[in-house]
Write a protein that binds this ligand. Sequence first.
Ligand code: WT7
Length: 664
Amino acid sequence: MQPSVTTLTGMTDTHTQVLSAYPPPAEFAEQANATEEMYREAEADRLAFWATQANRLAWSKPFTEVLDWSEAPFAKWFADGTLNVAYNCVDRHVEAGNGDRVAIHWEGEPVGHSRSITYAELKDEVSQAANTLTDLGLVSGDRVAIYMPMVPEAIVAMLACARLGVMHSVVFAGFSASALKARIDDAQAKMVITTDGQYRRGSAVSLKIGVDEAIEGLGDASPVEHVLVVRRTGIDIPFTEGRDLWWDETVPKASTEHTPEAFDAEHPLFLLYTSGTTGKPKGIMHTSGGYLTQASYTHSVVFDIKPETDVYWCTADIGWVTGHTYIVYGPLSNGVTQVVYEGTPASPNEHRHFEVIEKYGVTIYYTAPTLVRTFMKWGREIAFEHDLSSLRLLGSVGEPINPEAWRWYRLIFGADKTPIVDTWWQTETGAAMISPLPGVTHCKPGSAMRPLPGISAKIVDDEGNDLAPGTDHGEQASGYLVLDKPWPAMLRGIWGDPERFKETYWSRFADQGWYFAGDGARYGKDGEIWILGRIDDVMNVSGHRISTAEVESALVGHSGVAEAAVVGAADEQTGQAICAFVILKSHHAETPHEQMVDELRAEVSREISPIAKPREIHVVPELPKTRSGKIMRRLLRDVAEGRELGDTSTLVDPSVFEAIRAGK
Ligand code: WT7
C-alpha cells in the first residue's frame, strides 16, 4: 500500500498562496526557441512531435517506428534506428565547423585552476579514452563505475563509455566506500575510473583509497579488472600493480582516431543508482535514442539554448541525474559552451559563484532551491558586488522552490526581469517533464506550471479520478502526480530487477497503466501544477534523494541500536532534514546520549555519505507502531515538526508519545 495523500498535511502552507503570474518579457519571447504552437503540435500528434525532436539528432540509420508500447511498462522508442550518442555530443559539432567553439570552461575549486576545452579537443580526448577502454578489454554492454569529482575527465570518461556502447554508472564522489562497493557489485562493473583525490573546501582528500576499500570489501567476488586513476591532487595513494593505471600515462598515448559505432536506439546508455523505499538503491536504466532525444530537446527549449552565443552553467554534480542530462548529454548534444565548476559555492568564499558568472559571462544559470536559500542567507550585498548582467535565464530543480526564494532569485540574479524555469523531473524520467517554457509561460513563483509539449501528466485521487483545477479561495485537494503516457527518456527498468520496476512505479495505478512518480501535487486555479513533495518514504535533503530505509539500516548497523525510525522533517534551509528516532540496546542504556548520537551520525556518514547524516537523533524508549507492527512515520513527522499529533487511534500504545516527547 502506498501512503495516503493525507500525509501531505502541513506541507502545503507556502504553496497555497494565490500569487500573481509573471508574464514572459517581450524581448525574450521574440527570440525564444519555444513557442505556444509546440503545445498544439504535440497535442495534435504526439508521436509525430517526438519524431521531429528525435530528428534533431544525427542517426546512422533512421528510425521508422516511434514508439512500441506493446510490452508496457517496458517501452521501446525509435527502436529500428541506430545512432552513436557520443558522436551526437561531440563529433558532429566538429564536422559542422564548430570545432573551435569552447565546449567546457572548467573552473577548479582552487582559484587559478582552470582550463577551456574546445569541441575539437573534446573529440580527441574522448577518442583517446575510448581507445584506451577498448585496449583494456571493455566491450559494448559492459559496465564501468565512474567515481570522480567534477573534472573534465569525468565527462570524457562518460562520453568514452557512450561511444563504445559501454554503460557508465556514475557514483557521486561524496558517497562512501561502502556505497560504492554496493554499486560496483550490483552492476558487476569491470572497471572503476576515479581520481587520486578531490578538493574539499581547500584541502585535498583521497578518493582512490575509497575505491581500494570497496574492491577489497568484495574480495574474490570483485568484478573489477582495472582502476583508471586521474591525477587531480597529487596526493600519495596506494597503487595495485597490474590492476591500477594512471590516466595521464595511458590515455594521452592512445590514438585520437576512433570511428564511432552505431548502436540501436534501445542500446543501454547508463545506470544511475537512486534511493528507493527500501535500503537497497535501485540501478535506474536509461537507453540511447529516446533519452538523448528528450535530453536534447528539453535542454534546447527549456533553457532557450543559442549555441553560438550562450554560456550555460548547471551547478549540479555529474553524480546525479541533473549532471547527466543537463551537463553532459543535453548541453553537449546542443553544441553549447558551458561552465563546469569543481567546488563548493563557498570556496574560497561566498563570492565564488558570482565571480564565475562574471568571469565567463554566464547567460543561463541552473541551480537548486537550497542553494538559492543559502545565497539569501548570505545576503544580497554579495551579489551586488558583481556584474551579473550577462544572465538572461535562470533555472531551478530538485525540490519545490518556495515563492520567496523564487522572487529573490529573480530580483537578485535576474535584475527582476529574467524568466525562471522551475523544472520538475526525476532520475527515472531522465529529462525535464513539467516546466515553464521561457518566452511562453506566465510563471507563478513556486509552480512548475504544466507538462512540456509531448509530455502528459495529471493529478488524481486514490481511485485515479482527475482532480479539478484549483480556485482562488479555499483549500484545493492534493493528489498523486502520475504520468499517463510514455515518454522517450523514461527509465527502461531497474538493473537486474524487472519485478521491482513494475511494483515501484506501475502498481499504484496498474489498471490505468500509469506511472506513479511518488510525488503529491495539486492544481492551481489556472490548471497549473504545484508539486508538494514526496509522499513515499523518500526524503529530499538539499535536492538529494535519500530513503528513510537506507538511513535506518545504517543506524541499526551500529551495535548499540535495537531499532530505528527515520523521517524527513521540514527544514528552512535544506527543504527536508533527516530526523532519526532510535531505541538503544539495553547494554548501551548507560552510555551518555550525546556520545551515542555522535557515534551514530558518524556511522551514517561512513555507511552512506555525509549528506545523509541526520540533523537530529532522538534516543527514545519506544516507537509508535500499528497493531501490525508498522512504524507510524506520519506521527513521528508530527513530532519532528513540532505539530499536534494526527490520528493516533491505530496505535497499539498511544502513550509512547509522552515518552518520546519527554526524551526530546
Ligand atoms: C524528486 C526526484 C530531477 C533532478 C534532481 C532530483 C523532487 C525535483 C522538482 C521541482 C518540485 C522537485 C521530486 C522528485 N523534485 N525537481 N522542480 N519541484 N520537486 O532527482 O533525485 O531523482 O529526485 O525530486 O520530489 O520526485 P531525483
